[in-house]
Ligand binder design. Sequence first.
Ligand SMILES: *Cc1c(COP(=O)(O)O)cnc(C)c1O
Length: 356
Amino acid sequence: MTVQIRPALDTLPAYAPGRTVPGSIKLASNELSFPTLPAVTEAIIGAIGTDAMGINRYPDNGAQALVTALAEHVGVDRSRIVTGCGSVALCQQLVQITCDQGDEVLFGWRSFEAYPIVTRIAGAVPVRVPVTTANTLDLPAMAAAVTPATRLIYICTPNNPTGTVVHRQELTEFLDAVPENVLVVIDEAYGEFDTDPETPDGVAESSARPNVLALRTLSKAYQLAGLRVGYAVGDPTVITALAKVAVPFAVNTVAQAAALAALASRDELKPRWQQVVSERTRVTAALRDFGYEVPTSQANFVWLPLRKRSAEFAAHSEANKVIVRAFNDDTGGVRITIGSPTENDAFLAAATSFAL
Ligand SMILES: *Cc1c(COP(=O)(O)O)cnc(C)c1O
C-alpha cells in the first residue's frame, strides 16, 4: 500500500528553481546582485538577540513594527496590511480565502509560474488567458474570460516573465467590467523598477475598490529574497481573512528586523534601482540591435520570446557561464535578470554568439 496523495497534485507543474552553478553568473531568479547594505546586516545580527531574549523566542506573529512601517511607507491604515512569508505565500493564501473546489483563478499566460501551482494546491481551477502578440496582458480577453465560477484574478504588472506593464486606463476599464465580488490582485513584485508614467498604483487602486488588492515583496528591489518577506495591501476584510489562513509565525524575527532596516534604507537603494533601469535600457538595445525580439520591460529582467528554441539558448548561455531562466514550450521564452554591468556584458557576449 502506498500513501494516498490527492490526485489534484498529479497535475501540478513542477516548480523549476533558479539554478546556481558554481563559477557561473546567476541571472535566473530576478534578484539584485548588489551587496547587502551594512544597516541591514547590522539589523540581522541585532535580531539574534541575547540568550534570554532573541531568536529563542517566537516572532511577533502580527509583525506589528513592520506593518506600522509599511503602512507609513504606502500611506494606508495598518488594518489594510498583512505580511507573509514572501508574497508567493500570500498568493497561496489568496486562493485559500477565495476558492472552494472547482472555483476558477484567472491570470494571463505567460505570467508568474506560481499562480497555477497555488491554484491547484487549493483544488481550484487555473484559467490562463494568452498574452497579446506584443507580450502584454490581454485585459479585454481576461474580462471576457470571467465566469460565475471566477473568484480570483491575478494581474502581474510588470508581468513576470514578459516584463510588460498594464496602463491605468485599460486597468480602470477592466476593473469596471469585473464583478465586485471577484478579488483582483495587482502583483507589483517589480514595481520599483517601473518608470512608465502610465503605470497604475496598486495601493491607490485598492483604496478605491474593496475588491482590489496590491501585492508587494521585499525580495527583489529590497534585496531580501533569502529572508522571505512580502505584503498585501487592501480591504481589511480581505486582510483579516489572509491572516486567518497564514502559517503561524510565517515572517520570522530576523526577517522582520531586516525588512524594517531595508525599508528605512530606501534612499540608499534607489540609486541601485536606477542602475538596473539604465542597464535594462542598454541590454535591451544591444539585444534588439543583434536581431532579438525584446518586449519593452519595466522590470529587472528582459524576456526573449524564443519559444521552442529557449532550451537551446539557455544551454548556449550556460556554456558561456551565464545561467538564465528558460521556459520550454509553445508560449515559452528565456527570462534574463539584469545584473551588474559586468554580468550583463557576459550575458550579451553569450547572446550575441548564439546562432539566431
Ligand atoms: C518574485 C515574485 C513574487 C514573490 O516573491 P517572494 O519572494 O515570494 O516575495 C511575487 N510575484 C511575482 C510576479 C514575482 O516574480
